[in-house]
Design a protein around this ligand. Structure first.
Ligand SMILES: [Zn+2]
Ligand SMILES: [Zn+2]
Ligand SMILES: [Zn+2]
Ligand SMILES: [Zn+2]
Length: 320
């Protein structure tokens, strides 16, 4: 197998090495694998594997570069997204860019194996450069998005951090226990457009669950919907079930389901109708009184299922 000196790869830009040191320091203490290089053996003196990684960082947008990787006549590289934005001028030397692929660097990338970017969150996986991105999109260790609905919240993190965030920043009600009895009151139930939504967090079985309640238009019909989401991954959410019940005057609606993971957005769950849906007329009927005010009592329970082997079951209409 040929040994490639970094200097012989035509499109390498110079590097002062300072970032290398930081990067290496941050990685090596946590991850013993670092970057294994196969089949090319690129470890010339002075340029460690982490500078290979740096070479694959677009100097313009700093994202990782994927084929086609471009270069100018002087060898400055840039990613294909940036290439379309720089009007045929190399952002580094201002020379005309042309249309030159940097095949050598693409090949070097192909030979790299890198740890998942969530290794510091516990992911032990190593991937070829070009399949790393795909894994990271579905990595079990990737942070969760804030499950709060009703406003765009960009907070991400692990479950304990999100629970604290929900309590402190969104002032969400926190409850301990696996049964609940909630009353949703709204003085003007005609205003479904200004979606009323509420979130309550339940802590039981050592896990956290989000109970959502909201009003929206389903087709032409105003409805109320309640559903539970599990603060954790899909696989684990299947270990739990829940029921919701609403009624009055000798009638009741009961929903029984599996909580969806908060990996599925609040909106996705809502749009798949995976929960207790109550027509407004029915909701007002259940509210009693003069039907002017919504007073809906929702009771519910969360329980743990026995481990069952068909946990990979796909619910029709929910798996798109
Ligand atoms: Zn770029
Ligand atoms: Zn250039
Ligand atoms: Zn991962
Ligand atoms: Zn939030």
């Amino acid at each position: 197998m040929a040994t490639i000196e970094m200097g012989s790869v035509g499109c390498i830009s110079t590097s002062d090495g300072t970032v290398d040191e930081e990067f290496r320091g941050a990685v090596s203490s946590q991850h013993p694998h670092q970057y294994s290089l196969k089949p090319l053996n690129i470890v010339p003196s002075g340029i460690g594997p982490s500078s290979v990684h740096e070479l694959l960082e677009c100097p313009v947008c700093t994202n990782s570069m994927y084929p086609p990787i471009h270069q100018c006549h002087n060898g400055h590289t840039l990613c294909s997204t940036c290439k379309t934005r720089v009007h045929n001028r190399c952002p580094t030397c201002r020379q005309e860019l042309g249309d030159i692929r940097c095949l050598a660097l693409e090949k070097v990338a192909e030979s790299l194996e890198l740890p998942c970017k969530y290794f510091s969150l516990g992911c032990p996986e190593i991937f070829p450069y070009y399949s790393k991105l795909k894994h990271e999109g579905v990595c079990n260790f990737r942070p969760y998005n804030c499950p709060y609905a009703g406003s765009e919240c960009s907070v991400t993190g692990d479950i304990p951090c999100l629970v604290t965030h929900l309590r402190d920043d969104h002032k969400v009600d926190m409850h301990t226990g696996c049964t609940f009895n909630h009353r949703y009151v709204k003085s003007n139930p005609r205003e479904v457009e200004n979606a009323t939504w509420m979130l309550t967090v339940f802590h039981c079985f050592g896990k956290y669950f989000c109970l959502h309640f909201e009003a929206f238009q389903l087709g032409m019909a105003p409805v109320y919907m309640a559903f539970l989401r599990f603060m954790g991954d899909e696989n684990e959410s299947r270990n739990y079930s829940y029921s919701l019940e609403v009624g009055a005057n000798g009638r009741k609606l009961i929903w029984e389901g599996t909580p969806r993971s908060i990996r599925d957005s609040h909106r996705k769950v809502r749009d798949s109708h995976d929960g207790l849906i109550i027509q407004r007329n029915m909701a007002l009927f259940f509210s009693g009184g003069d039907r002017k005010e919504l007073k809906l009592r929702v009771t519910g329970r969360i329980w743990k299922e026995q481990q069952n082997p068909d946990s990979g079951v796909c619910i029709p209409n929910l798996c798109s």
